[in-house]
Design a protein around this ligand. Structure first.
Ligand code: SF4
Ligand code: SF4
Ligand code: FES
Length: 253
C-alpha cells in the first residue's frame, strides 16, 4: 500500500494505483473525459490535471494528469490550485467552442463558471469531445475499425474513407463507452447497424434472445479457438446451464 494526501486528506491505495484512483477512493472528485476503467489511461483530455509535490522537493510542484500519474508514498496532491483550475478552464472553454450544444460539456463548463465560450464557436457543432475512448476500445478488442481523422475543428472519429468499415464486428463497444452518446446505432432482434454497416443478429438457441452479431461470434471464435456455436448461447443461459451442471454433480455425490 502507498500513502499520500489529496487536498489534505489521507489516502491509502495499493501500489500501482494512480492519483485519480486514490482521489476516487476517498471521494475527491476530479473531472475526467478520456478515462475509462476498462482501458489503459491515455492522458488526452487534460481535464484531470492536479498539482503534486513532495516534502523533499522543497516547495517545487508540478502539474500532472492524475489518470496517469502513479500514487506514491509521501505525495501531496492538490486538485484545485489556481493554475490547475485556470488550465482546466482553458480546456473547457475550447471544448465548449467545439461542442457548444453538448450537455456533458455544458455541465463541466458550468461547474467551472463558464457559460459561454470565449473562442469562436464551431460553425458545425459536434458532440464528439475527441476523448478517444471509442477508438481505444476498438483497438483493445483487436479490431481497429475506426480512427481519428482530419485536423483542427474538422477532426473527428470515422471509419476509413468514411465507408462502412470492413473490419467492424458490430459489438457496439465504441457506442457504449462514448461519454456523450454521439455514436448512432440501431439494434433489433434481427439486425444491427453502426458506422453505416449492417449486421445479422444471432439468437440464443435456449432463450431466443438476439444478443450478438454473426461477425462477433466468428471473431471471438477465431480468437478463442472455440467453435462459433459456443458464442451463440447467451451469457445468462450459459450461467444457467453451468448452475444445472453443478447441481446435478452435487446430487451425484
Ligand atoms: S462496433 Fe465496430 S467500430 Fe465499434 S468497437 Fe465494435 S468493432 Fe469497433
Ligand atoms: S465519438 Fe464519443 S467516444 Fe469517440 S472520441 Fe468522440 S466523444 Fe469520444
Ligand atoms: S482523464 Fe486524465 S487526461 Fe483525460
Amino acid at each position: 500500500m502507498v500513502t499520500l494526501t489529496i487536498d489534505g486528506r489521507v489516502a491509502k491505495v495499493p501500489a500501482g494505483a494512480t492519483v485519480l484512483d486514490a482521489a476516487r477512493a476517498i471521494g475527491v472528485r476530479i473531472p475526467t473525459l478520456c478515462q475509462h476503467e476498462a482501458l489503459e489511461p491515455w492522458g488526452g483530455c487534460r481535464l484531470c490535471l492536479v498539482d503534486v509535490t513532495k516534502k523533499e522537493w522543497r516547495g517545487w510542484q508540478k502539474m500532472v494528469v492524475s489518470c496517469m500519474f502513479p500514487a506514491e508514498d509521501g505525495l501531496a496532491v492538490a486538485t484545485a490550485t489556481e493554475r490547475v483550475v485556470a488550465t482546466r478552464k482553458v480546456v473547457l472553454d475550447l471544448l465548449l467552442a467545439r461542442c457548444p450544444d453538448t450537455p456533458l460539456v455544458q455541465r463541466l463548463a458550468h461547474e467551472h463558471g463558464i457559460e459561454r465560450t470565449s473562442y469562436q464557436p464551431n460553425p458545425e457543432p459536434t458532440d464528439c469531445v475527441l476523448c478517444g475512448l471509442c477508438t481505444r476500445v476498438c483497438d483493445s478488442i483487436g479490431v481497429s475499425a475506426i480512427a481519428t481523422v482530419d485536423r483542427g475543428a474538422g477532426k473527428e472519429v470515422a471509419p476509413p474513407f468514411h465507408q462502412p468499415p470492413p473490419d467492424c464486428i458490430g459489438c457496439l463497444a465504441c457506442a457504449e463507452v462514448c461519454p456523450t452518446d454521439c455514436i448512432p446505432y440501431q439494434t433489433s432482434d434481427s439486425a444491427r447497424s453502426i458506422w453505416g454497416k449492417t449486421f445479422t443478429m444471432v439468437r440464443c438457441p435456449h432463450c431466443g434472445r438476439a444478443h450478438i452479431t454473426r461477425e462477433q461470434a466468428a471473431f471471438y471464435a477465431g480468437r478463442g479457438g472455440v467453435p462459433e456455436s459456443y458464442f451463440e448461447t447467451c451469457d445468462a443461459c450459459k450461467r444457467t446451464q453451468m448452475a444445472k451442471t453443478f447441481t446435478s454433480l452435487s446430487a451425484v455425490r
